[in-house]
Design a protein around this ligand. Structure first.
Ligand code: PEP
Ligand code: NA
Ligand code: MN
Length: 607
């Protein structure tokens, strides 16, 4: 078919006069050969039509309207359940600009390979064009994108996760810049061929062309691989944009803490996967008089304001959270968000009365339909929900959203927290001596490998600023960018940097610190450090809280455990040196001098 004969492709049908966009849509339609082209408008009518379509196709089921209003459960192909880091590429022109943490292929070669994969790949399907905006629509420089996809699940999920609709088309105008984000399931249908519930391809590519600000994704329908506004745009491409333009695109939650005196403090915090980022983002403080609100659970874009302070906005519009372990005690605010309805669940289990369940959720069930569609009983011996099962839900439904969450100005950040999951060595909370020391802390963030992944259990995977899977350029340049931003700023207005560890264990493997809402006690100490009113002790690794300086009133933990959670064990820290050394050798020639200096100073203090 030529453009003249693909229904819906005629530019007169398009809601825009943006010439470059129209030309790109025509080019992709001619390459991929869909049965028809449709422009997504994010309307309720579109939601109803596409959910009806996917229910008929067997991709999603409608949940019990009384229990989970306007909500659906999607179950994926068992081989398409997570981000595929081994198939994720940063195709910069020069290999050094992607390295050493990313997969790289020459962009010309990658475009040739993927063009052949895309040829005819939408046959038998509808090609959707989704104009979207990351961050508030009212921003001075709104960050626009257009995703082309042949997945209805993607259209529905992008409506939850990003800002879509006619206002975005208006912002695009006739010539405004947008990120081209091309996605295909890679599952064309021959004439009359029956579809499967979750089409995808065994060959997968999640490819980024950072210099061109383009994303090409093929073969997967799963969240992080297919909802291209999220990790692909807002972290990998945006980090490259931020490097060029002097701002930061980070894998961070944004939290607002309000003191009993009604003073608000904003924090951004980076933790690798499975370290409780969403729980901290929605914390319920246990200390009297303190409240928390949230602005985001996964991504923060930060830039300096005219007043010299660092301001953060969350580019997203929804939460794409891990379901297992979420419950009314670990995260009541996430539960209330999804209970409000309008939620797309993926790979959780279904109850006999059309509700959902996952491991860790309250309630016991004698019978469920598991994430693969099989009958499940407590005797089955397999998880009912996939460990990476998800809820995709509108942020606006979260009961503790800060009123300013959609403000294009963003919020001024007082503190940046880094952390990982560490059984030993790393104290509950340590303040950096300076911005550069804080960047060093972020550069060395590590988390223990669990039994679930390849590698020796207990081995520390270094994950700088929790950005390892999400960096769009060279990690050495990235760390230098962090240092430079601090150098060029007014140091007195920079956020203070803290390194936290909620996961330190005692000799019998018990957690030394209770975590969850009790982490508000650590946040209170951080606020008091910012105000200059709390004590800390100078140690070789930074300024560590003392038990006396922490508000421990009513805490259900032994004083000995709290003291141990804060201990700086110099032998453990000396033991840490070789693994940091190895990581910095891997970073290689672009390791900033400032980071090497901080490392040398640490070694000196420990000797
Ligand atoms: C994702 O896999 O789509 C995702 C959001 O990843 P993570 O939760 O690991 O950040
Ligand atoms: Na994931
Ligand atoms: Mn994340």
């Amino acid at each position: 078919m030529t453009s003249a004969t693909i229904p819906g492709l005629d530019p007169d049908n398009a809601p825009t006069r943006h010439a470059e966009l129209l030309a790109w849509v025509a080019e992709i339609a001619e390459l991929t050969q869909p049965d028809r082209v449709e422009w997504s408008d994010g309307s309720d009518e579109e939601w109803t039509r596409l959910t009806d379509h996917l229910v008929a196709a067997g991709t999603i089921v409608k949940l019990n309207e009384e229990k989970k209003p306007n909500s659906y459960l999607a179950t994926s192909d068992p081989a398409d359940v997570a981000r595929v880091e081994s198939r994720t590429y940063i195709c910069s022109k020069n290999e050094i600009d992607a390295g050493p943490t990313n997969n790289w292929v020459d962009p010309t070669e990658m475009r040739a390979t993927m063009t052949e994969l895309y040829r005819g790949c939408m046959r038998g399907r509808t090609m959707y064009v989704i104009p979207f905006c990351m961050g508030p629509l009212g921003a001075d420089d709104p960050k626009l994108g257009v995703e082309i996809t042949d997945s209805e699940y993607v259209v529905l999920s992008m409506r939850i996760m990003t800002r879509v609709g006619p206002q975005v088309v208006e912002l695009l105008g006739e010539d405004r810049f947008f990120v081209k984000a091309l996605h295909s399931l890679g599952a064309p249908l021959a004439d009359g061929e029956a579809d499967v519930p979750w089409p995808c391809n065994t060959t997968k590519y999640i490819t980024h062309f950072p210099e061109d600000r383009e994303i090409w994704s093929f073969g997967s329908g799963y969240g992080g691989n297919a909802l291209l506004g999220k990790k692909c745009y807002s972290l990998r491409i945006a980090s490259a944009m931020a490097h060029d333009e002097g701002w930061l695109a980070e894998h961070m939650l944004i939290l607002k803490l309000i003191s009993p005196e009604e003073k608000a403090y904003y924090f951004a915090a980076a933790f690798p996967s499975a370290c409780g980022k969403t729980n901290l983002a929605m914390i319920q403080p246990t200390i009297p008089g303190w409240r928390a609100e949230t602005l985001g659970d996964d991504i923060a874009w930060m830039r300096f304001g005219d007043d010299g302070r660092l301001y953060a906005v969350n580019p997203e519009f929804g939460f794409f959270g891990v379901a297992p372990g979420t419950n009314w005690s670990s995260n009541p605010n996430a539960m209330k968000t999804v209970e409000a309805g309008n939620t797309m669940y993926t790979n959780v289990a279904r109850t006999d009365d059309g509700d959902i369940w996952w491991e860790g959720l309250e309630g016991e069930h004698d019978h469920l339909i598991d994430w693969q569609g099989n009958d499940w009983t407590p005797e089955s011996g397999t998880p009912a929900a996939h460990p990476n099962s998800r809820y995709c839900t509108p942020m606006s439904q979260c009961p503790i959203m800060a009123p300013e969450w959609d403000d294009p100005q963003g919020v001024p950040i007082s503190g940046i927290l880094f952390g990982g999951r560490r059984k030993t060595t790393v104290p509950l909370v340590t303040e950096a001596r300076s911005w550069q020391h804080g960047v060093f802390m972020g550069a060395t963030v590590g988390s223990e490998q669990t039994a679930a992944a390849e590698g020796t259990v207990g081995t520390i995977r270094r994950d700088p600023m929790a950005m390892l899977p999400f960096l769009g350029y060279n990690v050495g340049d990235y760390l230098q960018h962090w240092i430079d931003l601090g150098k060029n700023a007014d140091e007195s207005k920079l956020p203070k940097v803290f390194y936290v560890n909620w996961f330190r264990r005692g000799d019998d493997k018990r957690f030394l610190w209770p975590g969850f809402g009790e982490n508000s006690r650590v946040l209170k100490w951080i606020v008091e450090r910012i105000e200059g009113t709390a004590d800390g002790v100078e140690t070789p690794i930074g300024i560590v809280a003392t038990p006396e300086a922490l508000d421990l009133d009513g805490l259900d933990a032994s004083p000995a455990d709290v003291a141990e959670s804060l201990a700086v064990n110099l032998d453990e820290w000396r033991g840490e040196i070789p693994s940091i050394e190895e990581w910095f050798e891997f970073v290689g020639e672009k390791l900033p001098t400032g980071i090497a200096d901080e490392f040398a100073a640490l070694k000196q203090r420990l000797s």
